[in-house]
Ligand binder design. Structure first.
Ligand code: PMV
Length: 354
């Protein structure tokens, strides 16, 4: 009878933490044990595009990822869908003669088609862009009137790091104090134009899927590591203040020092976990060695490195000139080949962020 379909498409880039989130104090609400700060990449290289559609003809919620149907039964998808549905408002499309009342949303089903413009298996954070895009597009479709901060708290329940992808530029995820997670939200520290000299180069060291998921890795670290307690309580709070200051002043030496130290401490926490978790490999370690040596041979640091829950290196050059030199050095020392296990490079230009 009713033939209409209403659709919304959105695009969301991924983000890379320069002060890491590692450890949850509440696993179901995804509440972290410390604040974190990230930079959102430009959407050209690493982003998710999601189309959400609603129609009275759909008899269940369904989702396709890169063209393949995936199950929506997982708790994280269910929570995001439920949270957005409960915030839906009236929608009217006069041209198409469509009228959806707030209460109708409970009985309407959605179809979701999501594409990553980078290989999902490349071990590059895909859940951050994915859940941010899902929540944002559903919120637009259902005419959710809440601000980005409230939406970030919904995206957080899909994947913690996803809350930071709702903004461009530099973003802070505030851990919050409340048990219900209402104040565990992302805020923008500076927009994408603020520090547009930076260039991000990602060295894809291994395209294999990581062995320990961030969820189980974090759980094991929280349960067994002493270092993670010290980190969350004594180290990160000061680093967050210093990193905000470095970003505000576009102070690259401080930025690089803090980002590298924080990545190294995160991986130290992984080693301090029982049994230990190894996310970086020999190639990752050699890349760190090269960058450290180069930085020490200059008057001040030229490149910052950071590694997430996998061996791929995210390198942040202070400007285009340095990025060109960085690429030359990388290609010389780490030519993409099966020997070094280094397959390719992804270059993002922060000046064209979002
Ligand atoms: O949000 P998750 O579960 O993908 O965890 C992300 C954890 C790190 O990428 C290692 C750090 C971070 O802050 O993004």
């Amino acid at each position: 009878s009713e033939k209409w379909v209403l659709m919304v498409t959105a695009q969301t880039p991924t983000n890379i933490a320069v002060i890491k989130y590692w450890g949850k104090r509440d696993e179901s609400l995804i509440l972290p044990i410390n604040d974190s700060i990230s930079v959102t990449l430009d959407p050209e290289h690493l982003c998710t595009t999601t189309t959400v559609a609603v129609s009275p003809r759909f008899d269940q919620d369904r989702m396709w990822l890169n063209g393949r149907e995936i199950s929506l039964s997982g708790g994280r998808y269910q929570r995001c869908l439920r949270e957005i549905r409960s915030r839906a408002s009236d929608v009217e499309d006069e041209k198409k003669g469509i009228k959806i009342a707030k209460k109708d949303w409970e009985n309407l089903h959605v179809h979701i088609a999501s594409y990553n413009n980078f290989p999902t298996a490349a071990g590059l954070a895909s859940s951050a862009a994915g859940f941010a895009c899902l929540v944002f597009s559903l919120a637009k479709l259902m005419n959710v009137k809440e601000d980005q901060g409230k939406l970030s708290a919904v995206a957080r329940q899909g994947s913690g790091s996803a809350c930071r992808s709702l903004y461009g530029g530099f973003v802070k995820w505030i851990m919050g104090k409340h048990d219900d997670g209402s104040d565990s939200i992302a805020v923008q520290l500076a927009d994408e134009k603020h520090w547009d000299d930076l260039v991000i180069v990602i060295a894809v060291v291994s395209s294999r899927q990581k062995e320990t998921s961030s969820t189980s890795g974090m759980r094991e670290s929280v349960e067994t590591s002493m270092l993670i307690k010290h980190r969350a309580k004594e180290v990160v709070p000061k680093r967050i203040v210093d990193m905000e200051e470095a970003i505000k002043n576009r102070d690259f030496p401080s930025f690089a020092h803090l980002a590298c130290a924080d990545s190294n401490q995160f991986h130290a926490v992984c080693l301090d976990t029982c049994p230990p978790i190894f996310y970086m490999n020999d190639t990752s370690h050699r890349i760190i060695g090269c960058v450290e040596k180069w930085n020490r041979s200059e008057e001040s640091p030229q490149v910052a490195y950071t590694f997430d829950a996998g061996p791929n290196a995210v390198l942040i050059a202070r400007n285009r000139k340095v990025a060109a030199s960085l690429l030359q050095r990388l290609l010389f020392h780490f030519p993409p080949s099966s020997d070094t296990d280094l397959s390719s490079y992804v270059i993002g230009d922060k000046s064209i962020l979002q």
